[in-house]
Design a protein around this ligand. Structure first.
Ligand SMILES: Cc1ncc(COP(=O)(O)O)c(C=O)c1O
Length: 375
């Protein structure tokens, strides 16, 4: 079994909580977790549900149907309810896709930088993580050219658009080219679409519309602001339904019943959730220009999500120490780039900004004053 590393964001998060418990005012930019309150109709559904017996091991047929319908309406993709598997967030969906989709020893490609769990889950399950170095020149995203350079061909490819930690989107033309290449060479795609619907202009294509063989990972943790409810889903290609079903029922059983009910009702509250997009867009503008003005470099303008991934080499080259010290001195919690990139990440910091604009302004102000003391 391969060794895997823990999230440094969690280490920072624990330190942040300790400081908060000791009375410090902490601004949490370390996790990508929107914390908006539940819309009233979701609250009502949940309150009503707990007055009745809550279903035990249960799958909401209606939620599976609604999600399948959403693929048709949003992307024009034919996805049946039988292809939708409900999970405790995107994290188990990734485990299911990897463990059902690949044989032991498979080589799975992914962008570096990329979401920390990709390389660690791939390794933890006994596969080989093939990291594709992606720099500012490609907005930290994979492209067909980069894919073609992988030799021998990988068995699988993880695609994330918008991506964590950068928020960058793979343009539709490139997405199609990647899907075609993977079809040609029998490379199974896992597309993590958890930041879909959080984009600032650029179209986000779903792999479900481009490939019948792709797994699609998604959850209610980001756009729907329900990270603590642990509810997500996996779209499973037809040839993998039995394999995923066997794994889901053995490894995880069902998703929490109340969370399934909340998620179904959340889908009826688009206007409420769309309201947050303006706040994220405003925060994005502030962060992007604010960080550049302070001397951070190589920030790819985020096309989506709520992250800015910034080169901090003007201030040192140990991102973990930088983040810890910044937190201790100012109460601003951030994530060191080493979570996302074991090679270059010591030079980068990720700022997560789904908070109020006031908090983002305060965080930038504290960062500015702190950097002055270090100059
Ligand atoms: C790209 C990406 N995929 C998956 C996850 C895990 O999400 P969930 O909370 O739905 O398990 C995250 C969480 O931050 C993420 O950023």
């Amino acid at each position: 079994m391969n060794e895997i590393e823990s999230f440094k964001a969690v280490e920072i998060g624990r330190l942040a909580i300790e400081m908060e418990d000791a009375g410090h005012d902490v601004i949490h930019m370390e996790y990508g977790q929107p914390t908006a309150p539940l819309p009233p109709s979701v609250k009502q559904i949940v309150k009503q549900a707990i007055d009745k017996p809550v279903p035990g091991y249960w799958e909401s047929t209606e939620l599976r149907r609604s999600l399948a319908m959403d693929y048709k309406l949003r992307y024009g993709a034919d996805v049946s309810p039988e292809q939708i598997f409900l999970t405790c967030g995107a994290s188990p969906a990734l485990v299911l896709a990897l463990s059902a989709g690949f044989k032991p020893g498979a080589r799975i490609a992914m962008a570096r930088p990329g979401y920390v769990a990709y390389r660690n889950t791939v390794r933890g399950l006994g596969y080989k993580a093939v990291e594709i170095a992606c720099g500012i020149d490609s907005r930290y995203q994979i492209s067909l050219d980069k894919l073609k350079q992988i030799n021998p061909l990988p068995d699988g490819l993880i695609v994330a658009s918008p991506a964590n930690p950068t928020g960058t989107i793979i343009p539709p033309k490139d997405m199609r080219a990647i899907a075609d290449y993977c079809k040609q060479y029998d490379i199974r795609i896992i597309s993590d679409e958890i930041y879909h619907r959080l984009s600032f202009g650029m179209e986000t294509l779903s792999m479900s519309a481009l490939s019948k063989r792709a797994f699609i990972v998604n959850s209610f943790s980001k756009y729907f602001c329900l990270p603590g409810w642990r509810i997500g889903w996996l779209v499973v290609p037809d040839d993998m339904i039995d394999a995923v079903n066997a794994r889901l029922t053995n490894y995880f059983l069902t998703a929490p019943s109340l969370s399934q009910m909340a998620a179904l009702e959340a889908m009826n509250n688009e206007n409420y959730y769309n309201g947050f997009l303006d706040i994220y867009a405003q925060n994005r503008k502030l962060m992007f220009s604010g960080l550049e003005a302070l001397g951070f470099k190589n920030i790819a303008p985020p096309d989506g999500a709520f992250y800015a991934y910034a080169d901090m080499t003007a201030f040192g080259d140990n991102s973990l120490e930088f983040c810890k010290q910044l937190l201790r001195d100012t109460g601003v919690a951030t994530t060191p780039g080493i979570d996302f990139d074991p090679v270059e990440g010591h030079k980068f910091v990720r700022f997560s900004y789904p908070q109020s604009t006031d908090q983002v302004e305060t965080a930038l102000g504290r960062l500015k004053a702190w950097l002055k003391t270090r100059a």
